[in-house]
Write a protein of this length. Structure first.
Length: 195
């Protein structure tokens, strides 16, 4: 149990720690809204990592083989969604507070949105499948999956907490504009790198 759990923890941190577009979205969402909403978004990403770890344990090679033919279109869809998010974030940044009238982001919407976006990344299931197959097919079952989820969740919650702290420091109009534009630029670069 403990070896499989630790292998899952290492795998979970390995996939979650490189801060990409999802990490930027989580931190930015937490900065603009609340820690509760950012944490829900982070748990959405961790859930996707857990789902992919489970799929890898259940049939990693077969699933990776099924996803391989559609990996390119999925990358394009993910890049397109990220570019739309970047443009939307930048557009809202230039609107006055009276013009914004933004629909409040609920924790549930943040969770499902980030879960869906994270599931668009087929590289994650390939990553977990490679780890499981590299261990001779012994993924450790449920303990590997739990370890991967716990590690990913802890990292995503750290990003949400960091975003919340930074958000409190940058709550004025100028700070909101600068962080929204920086976030949009980073998300755009990350979307382009997917292609």
């Amino acid at each position: 149990m403990s070896a499989a759990f630790l292998a899952g923890v290492v795998a979970g941190y390995g996939v979650a720690m490189p801060v990409g577009a999802i990490g930027v979205l989580i931190a930015g969402l937490s900065a603009r809204t609340s820690l509760r909403v950012g944490a829900a978004a982070g748990l959405g990403a961790a859930t996707a990592d857990g789902v992919y770890a489970l799929l890898a344990v259940l049939g990693g090679a077969a699933i990776a083989g099924l996803i391989a033919p559609i990996a390119e279109p999925l990358r394009w869809v993910a890049a397109g969604v990220l570019l739309l998010l970047a443009v939307s974030t930048a557009w809202r940044a230039f609107r006055t507070p009276a013009e914004r009238r933004e629909r409040p982001v609920s924790a549930g919407r943040a969770y499902t949105g980030i879960l869906g976006l994270t599931l668009l990344n087929p590289a994650t299931v390939v990553y977990f499948a490679a780890l499981v197959l590299g261990r001779g097919g012994e993924g450790g079952g449920v303990w590997f999956v739990v370890g991967a989820f716990v590690a990913s969740a802890s990292w995503q919650l750290l990003l949400a907490g960091g975003g919340s702290v930074v958000g409190r420091l940058l709550t004025g109009e100028r700070g909101r504009l600068v962080t929204a534009l920086v976030s949009s630029a980073v998300i755009t670069v990350l979307a382009i790198r997917l292609l």
